[in-house]
Ligand binder design. Structure first.
Ligand SMILES: [Zn+2]
Length: 68
């Protein structure tokens, strides 16, 4: 029997990752980052803590490049 808590938990959408997702982020941001996704036919991508950091770092760099 699956507990309600487990049903709510999503798995990270990054290729090769099976961590529990803690954040969801718009696909447009993911495209700008270096992450590879299991499924690209989604609008909202679920990410674990670790991969969320990667996207944040990558997209921040993008913004800085754009300003320059
Ligand atoms: Zn992940």
């Amino acid at each position: 029997m699956i507990s309600p808590r487990l049903e709510k938990e999503k798995i990270c959408d990054t290729e090769g990752c099976s961590n529990i997702a803690e954040r969801s982020i718009n696909i447009n941001k993911i495209v700008k980052s270096s992450l590879k996704l299991k499924n690209k036919d989604v609008r909202q991508v679920h990410l674990c803590k670790q991969h969320y950091k990667v996207v944040k770092k990558d997209t921040r760099k993008d913004v800085l490049d754009y300003i320059r």
